[in-house]
Design a protein around this ligand. Structure first.
Ligand SMILES: NC(=O)c1ccc[n+]([C@@H]2O[C@H](COP(=O)([O-])OP(=O)(O)OC[C@H]3O[C@@H](n4cnc5c(N)ncnc54)[C@H](OP(=O)(O)O)[C@@H]3O)[C@@H](O)[C@H]2O)c1
Length: 272
């Protein structure tokens, strides 16, 4: 299926490694022009260089998305480089594993800033451009349905722990809030031709990632975890998440709005 993304401009937060990097690779393969960010300049430059070597147009901006001015800087970088912005992927996220009883307000605030507020600010900064694209808001005509072809699209990368219990409270709370935020924004922004969805990955393993580190530290325990918790009998891959995101931000998903799609090989048990 041609996702009809050629020439679209996409901004992906936290894209120097892991899921964000996979999303950048998937969108580059579809012909998108990219802006990517991360705090660590060296890893980011390496990823940007590899993407450029594959033929993609990439602007890399080293920044911490929790800094209040970073979202506007990123959006400005997209518009300066390409004159437009069509797609935003709010991928940055993290956790805090201090036991709840010992967790400080500052530790909670740090995760809220990273998982939730950064996405709020990013989406607000991007909105004027996402809503200014060559949007065709759908109409039902005598000749047939005229689907929303090319509006802006936002995806939040949440987690299965945003849909059901599991993991530390601060992670569950902020990941659930992201799903609520995405659904709520979908209703608010639909009249502007901007779609907003979220994805909920299960346990995704990639070299150097958190699950990979746990497997290295405790191979038997992790083998047991996989056999108990993941019916497919393996971890998910970055590419499996990235392909769903690429579909969601494409015009092929024009009537998919306000939803959260688990990408977890049936790891989660939520009924919703
Ligand atoms: N991996 C999984 O199994 C899994 C499962 C469910 C959901 N998720 C979610 O998927 C998303 C990506 O996960 P991942 O495992 O790929 O994460 P990761 O390996 O920790 O990578 C995160 C990326 O974001 C960047 N980053 C982190 N903090 C940042 C900040 N404040 N400002 C700018 N960039 C920042 C990192 O680079 P720097 O460190 O250089 O900044 C890196 O490029 C997260 O939202 C995570 O919660 C992951």
């Amino acid at each position: 299926m041609d996702l009809a993304l050629d020439g679209r401009v996409a901004l992906i937060t936290g894209a120097s490694r892991g899921i964000g990097k996979g999303i950048a690779q998937a969108l580059a393969r579809e012909g998108c022009k990219l802006v990517i960010c991360a705090r660590g300049g060296a890893g980011l430059a390496e990823t940007a260089g590899a993407l450029r070597a594959s033929g993609a147009a990439v602007r890399d901006v080293a920044c911490d998305v929790t800094e209040p001015d970073a979202p506007q800087r990123l959006v400005d970088a997209a518009v300066a480089a390409y004159g437009r912005l069509d797609i935003l992927v709010n991928n940055v996220g993290g956790n805090n594993r201090t036991p709840f009883a010992e967790q400080s307000d500052a530790e909670w605030q740090e995760v809220i800033d990273l998982n939730l507020l950064a996405g709020v600010r990013m989406t607000r900064a991007a909105l004027p451009h996402l809503a200014a694209g060559d949007t065709v808001v759908g109409t039902n005509t005598a000749a047939g349905d005229d689907a929303a072809a090319n509006g802006g699209a936002v995806v939040f990368v949440s987690s299965i722990w945003g849909r059901e219990l599991g993991g530390p409270a601060v992670y569950v709370s902020t990941k659930a809030a992201m799903i609520g935020l995405a659904g709520s924004l979908a209703r608010d922004l639909a009249p502007l031709g901007v779609r907003v969805n979220s994805v909920a990955p299960g346990s995704i393993r990639f070299p150097g990632g958190s699950w990979d580190r746990r497997v290295q530290a405790d191979p038997d325990g992790m083998a047991e975890f996989v056999s108990q918790e993941i019916p497919g009998g393996r971890f998910g891959t970055v590419a499996e998440v990235a392909d769903v995101v690429a579909f969601l931000v494409s015009p092929r998903a024009s009537w998919v709005n306000g939803t959260c799609i688990p990408v977890d090989g049936c790891q989660s048990r939520s009924l919703i």
